[in-house]
Design a protein around this ligand. Structure first.
Ligand SMILES: N[C@@H](CCC(=O)N[C@@H](CS)C(=O)NCC(=O)O)C(=O)O
Length: 223
């Protein structure tokens, strides 16, 4: 829960280190760790200052992405895996259902977050990862935003009358869903028109762990 650089030569054997950047998708893993109430270290790794491209960080995650979670001398990348690890390592926090099929449905939802709306967000901000020709960047951005909006409508319909994203119970899928709400707002999309997703966002904001992490990150998407 404190910001601290990892010790040289490795990471503490029993306290996970989360590498995050304010405003990035690492918010989901950051909130989930906070929800457990267990000790961890949050290490700010600013994308805006290219801190994810330093040799030190590339030694942690050679792909140069956040989040990364260092635990027991090993590194886990990908929100879907980190969130699943958090829920599995701290079962008392009840962040994933015990029922195997329901648990896999949660993992499927997180995989979709990672492979669909996140990719449209990436296409908007990093079109150079998709095409060489700069003259088509604006087309890519426009299509990325409209496709992102379709994803937001899909999430709104999935929540529907559920209390949380996956049903009655709060799970690690909920903080992941919050990431996309924040990005939608910052992208100028009419997120307020999505009644279920907006209610979900307000419920998230009532959670002490969510408020604490947003404040610690000084998260630009929730001001
Ligand atoms: N699928 C990965 C995506 C990780 C990712 O792309 N993170 C972004 C921040 S939201 C990042 O580090 N971007 C830096 C870059 O693309 O250079 C996950 O869900 O963890």
């Amino acid at each position: 829960m404190t910001n601290a650089a990892p010790t040289s030569g490795g990471h503490s054997a029993d306290v996970p280190f989360l590498f995050y950047s304010p405003g990035a998708c690492s918010l989901a893993s950051h909130i989930a760790l906070e929800e457990t109430g267990r000790p961890y270290r949050a290490v700010e790794t600013l994308l805006s200052k290219n801190q994810h491209q330093t040799p030190e960080y590339l030694a942690i995650n050679p792909r140069g992405r956040v989040p990364a979670l260092a635990v027991d001398g090993k590194v886990i990348t990908e929100n879907t895996a980190i969130l699943t690890w958090i829920a599995t390592a701290f079962p008392e926090a009840e962040l994933l259902p015990e029922d195997l099929i329901e648990r896999m449905r949660c993992i499927a939802q997180m995989a979709w977050f990672s492979n669909t709306p996140h990719i449209f967000q990436r296409a908007k901000f990093r079109p150079y990862r998709f095409v060489e020709r700069e003259d088509v960047y604006d087309d890519i951005r426009a299509k990325a935003v409209s496709s992102y909006w379709e994803c937001m409508q899909e999430i709104d319909a999935l929540i529907g009358g559920n209390r949380w994203m996956m049903g009655d119970a709060y799970t690690v899928v909920d903080p992941y869903a919050l990431v996309f709400y924040g990005w939608g707002t910052s992208n100028g999309l009419p997120m307020r028109d999505l009644a279920s997703y907006s209610r979900h966002k307000e419920q998230m904001m009532e959670r002490p762990a969510v408020r604490a992490v947003i404040e610690r990150e000084n998260n630009p998407h929730f001001r």
